[in-house]
Design a protein around this ligand. Sequence first.
Ligand code: FES
Ligand SMILES: [Fe+2]
Length: 444
Amino acid sequence: MARVKGGVSSRLSRMLEELQAGLEDGLVPAWIFNDPELFELEKEKIFSRSWVYLAHESEIPNPGDYVLRYVLDNPYILVRGEDGVVRALLDMCRHRGMRVCRAELGNASHFRCPFHGWTYRNDGRLIGVPAEREAFGPDFDKGQWGLVPIPRLESFDGMIFGNLDPEAPSLEEWLGDIRWYLELVTKRSPMGLEVLGPPQRWVVNTDWKLALETFLSDSYHTLMTHRSLIELGIAPKDAKYAMYGEQVHIPGKGHGSMVVGAPPGAKLPPFWGYPEEMLERARTSYPTREQFETARETRILLVTLFPNFSFHNPIRKPDHKYQGTVPMLTFRVWHPLGPGRIEIFSWALVEKDAPAWFKEKTRLSYLRFFGSSGTFEQDDTEIWSHVAHNAASTQGRHLRFNYRMGLNLAPDPNWPGPGVAYGLNFTDANMRNFHRRYLEMLLA
Ligand code: FES
Ligand SMILES: [Fe+2]
């Protein structure tokens, strides 16, 4: 791995060397989870060069539909033009920089700037300038002054990603083998997914990596953090239930997945408990037999993409009164706002062709279980905020965290999917892989 070099203060350089020195031994310094100088470097080296999840295509199905999304502090209007093409346009008027889009979502054929009235078509072209001739003369070329598109915009199975780096590798290359795991949800139906309304959003005083790691690798926390739900009978009684299954990471990419199964001998409704009619369609829509069979045996699936996207697809009792289990799917963006501060974007999704009763049931399951007011959600955010506080404290920041779980565990040679898999979910292997990629990008 490259040594720390150019453009970094000697303080930060020493700190990164500490991370580098301890990582393979499972030691991660606390300060990386809340440090203003490191956050600036993350902005430049990671978030300015990575594929960041922006939206699902079902959020903007019709011409003129738009949503506002963010890469770092840059607002982008993600809009479907009259030509059906989706674009991401920087929400910054080319005259003096005012925002031209004043709502988080809607439908518009044009965006008119509230400052001096420059007007842009929803494909970004500037088409109206008040008093154009009088103010700017006869040679003013509106073609030069359209809204600025994001440097790169690509999608995978309806998931739209943007990248600020024009030289970035393709999204396909960026994702690599994690696509096999993404497809476990994107290919469950040949019709694909749709969002159930706009995302819930809320701000948490924590670091994006702390939120992310729960979804990437930390099955271990469920038995304690969510203990009240076990006691209420919403989660299974077996306190070790989250350790069964496989944990998989994609070397060199930073991505990972947790494919959680059931304790030996336990009876699972096949295929996360999705209705029988959907199971039939899944049989033919999955690209491979291995994916179908993996999906059938899975109880909880989590996939996390480097740097800040996760999804969570569990089967769970939505509350303590409901007798049955209902699967739900949530997409997450851990949007960094500053050191020790994130905004969570959380969507509920379902198969487009799922029966109406199931769409409603899964939506309610999401709200009760994992929305901003969901029972599980609040357990996690409370804890993440205290960890981030301690990670910046004068004494605590000098401690190292223990990422040694599963350090001596051998990979599972029989796992049918790509990546490096372990037959036990209680391991930090995914996190160590994430931090390798994280360091590599910070040092590049
Ligand atoms: S800043 Fe938009 S028209 Fe002047
Ligand atoms: Fe949790």
